[in-house]
Design a protein around this ligand. Structure first.
Ligand code: FOL
Length: 210
C-alpha cells in the first residue's frame, strides 16, 4: 500500500475555502476531482478521508461521495451526524483509527486501492505534519495533487491550507512532470493553464522524498 495522497484546489496564497464552502464553482475541475478519487482497477475501491466541516460542505445530493469509501474524522467525540443525513462509511475520532478502520472495512469484497485526504484545513495540516514512519502501515502523505488557482486571487478566502513546500524546506517536495501526473491518475489530464468560468488554474502533482 502506497502512502496517502492529498488532493486540493488552492490559490497562490493557499486559499481553499470561504464561508464553509469552495470560493469558486469549477465544474470541470470538480469532475477531475471526482474522477481521480474514484478510478481504481477492477475489484478495487478508493477511500476519501475528510474532516467534519468538509463532509458537511459537500452538497447532500453528492454525499457520501459515490463509489468511494467515505471516512469522516471528527475529534469531537460527541459529534453525531444529522439523523436525516446519509451516513459515511466510517466516522472516526482520529486519523490513525480512520486509517486502521478503512483496512478492516469490507466493501463488497473490493480491495482498497488509494487513500485520499480531501480536506479541509485542519486535516491537511495534521496529515502534512506527519513524518515518514518506519512502519509502512502508518499514515504519511507522499503525493499532493494540487490544482493551483492562478487567477483571480480570491482574496476573500477565509480558509487556508499549509504551504507544504515552504513548511518542509526546499528540495523535499518536487513537482512531477505532466507525464508523471497522467501516468499516476491513469487518464488524460489537460496540461498547462486551464480556463473555466473566468478562472485560470493548472493541474499539478507534487511528490515528497523524505
Ligand atoms: N480537490 C480539488 N482538486 N478540487 C476540489 O474542488 C476539491 N474539493 C475538496 C477537496 N479536494 C478538492 C472538498 N470539497 C464535492 C464537493 C466539495 C468538495 C469535494 C467534493 C462534490 O460534490 N463532489 C462530487 C462531484 C459531483 C460533480 O460532478 O459536481 C463527487 O462525486 O466527487
Amino acid at each position: 500500500m502506497s502512502g496517502l495522497t492529498l488532493i486540493v484546489a488552492a490559490t497562490r496564497n493557499n486559499g481553499i475555502g470561504r464561508n464553509g464552502g469552495l470560493p469558486w464553482r469549477l465544474p470541470q475541475e470538480m469532475k477531475y476531482f471526482a474522477r481521480v478519487t474514484t478510478e481504481a482497477p477492477e475489484g478495487h475501491i478508493n477511500a476519501t478521508i475528510m474532516g467534519r466541516n468538509t463532509w458537511e460542505s459537500i452538497p447532500p445530493k453528492f454525499r457520501p461521495l459515490r463509489n468511494r469509501i467515505n471516512v469522516v474524522v471528527s475529534h469531537n467525540k460527541e459529534y453525531q451526524l444529522a439523523a436525516t443525513d446519509a451516513a459515511p462509511s466510517l466516522l472516526c475520532t482520529d486519523l490513525a483509527s480512520a486509517i486502521e478502520g478503512i483496512t478492516k472495512l469490507d466493501v463488497n469484497g473490493k480491495s482498497l486501492y488509494r487513500r485520499f485526504i480531501i480536506g479541509g484545513a485542519s486535516l491537511y495540516r495534521e496529515t502534512l505534519a506527519l513524518t515518514r514512519p518506519s512502519d509502512s502501515s502508518k499514515p504519511f502523505v507522499d503525493c499532493v495533487l494540487l490544482t493551483r488557482i492562478l487567477s483571480p486571487a480570491f482574496e476573500d478566502c477565509d480558509t487556508f491550507m499549509p504551504d507544504f513546500m515552504a513548511r518542509d524546506g526546499a528540495g523535499v517536495w518536487t513537482r512531477a512532470s505532466h507525464e508523471a501526473l497522467r501516468g499516476w491518475v491513469g487518464f488524460d489530464v489537460p496540461a498547462g493553464v486551464q480556463s473555466e468560468q473566468g478562472v485560470e488554474y493548472e493541474f499539478q502533482m507534487w511528490t515528497r522524498q523524505g
